[in-house]
Design a protein. Sequence first.
Length: 409
Amino acid sequence: MATEIPSVIVGVDTHSDTHYVAIIDEHGKHLTAEEFLAVGSGYRKILSFITHFGLAIGVGVEGTGSYGAGLSRVLRTAGLPVYEVNRPNRQARRLRGKSDPLDAYQAAESVLAERGTSTPKTKDGPVECLRVLRAARSSAMKARTIAINQIKGILVSAPEQVRSRFRGLTSAQLIPALERSRPMGNLTDPDTATALTLKKLAGRYQFLEREILDTDKTLAEILRDCAPLLRDVPGVGIEVASQLFVTVGDNPERIATEAQFAALVGVAPIPASSGTTSRHRLSRGGDRAANAVIHHVVVSRLGTDSRTREYAARRTAQGKTKKEIMRCLKRYVARELYRQLTNPHAAPAVTDLRPAREDLHITLREAAGQFNTWPGTLSRIERGLNRDDDLANQFRTWLHEQKETQKIN
């Protein structure tokens, strides 16, 4: 008679150099714990160690996005179910103390109790490429800001001969002018040393500017391959789209519902009532970088999207404050973005608008006057640079009416 293979649950406490692995049975009994090196050979030994004790029905790993990333990939490749385990409970840690074996056992117990666990990101697809590129872009943008701030700080106290040459120039004019300069003279002269330093900082600024632009082009190419329709959403550009994908990960199936996505990006409403006051506020948890880009989309739409402006005006008339309106809009934007991520839809075509207007010999200024908007706004909609479906539909309907009127006349 065949012997039944026992089921076990595994917990791993990860560190930069070593991983501590603990195994318990399906009733929570502690079986064994052992330390392994955090290298390729160590990962293979961990896999052998786990399978020696039985069939692993769950592996809880701390830090699947950092120290545990390599081990998580090996375990998933072997077909084991891997779970991200949250930081151990502080109250339990105070009562029971802390050590690597205790943390590993607690990770296994969390998987067994289905408490404090989540599905980790796989980090094996184009989204991981977006993440590492964004990391380089972020540091380049910070360094660029530091460079321009140093330039302006040095100019404030620079010798008058140097400062007078660049007084009144905007940042866009200042950087090329500094890079074109040719400092000459003795390096012990403050004028020469200051001018030379400013030239070097301007060169650094332009180098970082080119690096950021090159990174943006690469990000755009990846997004064009994996999410060609996401940027059709109003207010969504390269920065917003790439951050949303980094937040969701290469395995979006781990976010099963739109409510989970709202919680992930920090726009899930939670009760904040007290006494006679009944209200909600947005969750302060989730990915704050994703929350920031949701805020960016809302601000962008308030300035360019007629539907969003009409909603804000209606809610203001109802007595809502600007903060309350922004909270509602963030939730609506998260719902729309989730639907686009899970079920992409192309933006409505607008290529017919400009030919129709030109055939009627109507200028942009005349058309914009009909909708109380700027000519540039209609121009960007015609060219597909901005998306405002309501305004585009109104524009199309008005052009059709003008065409019918001309036929009658």
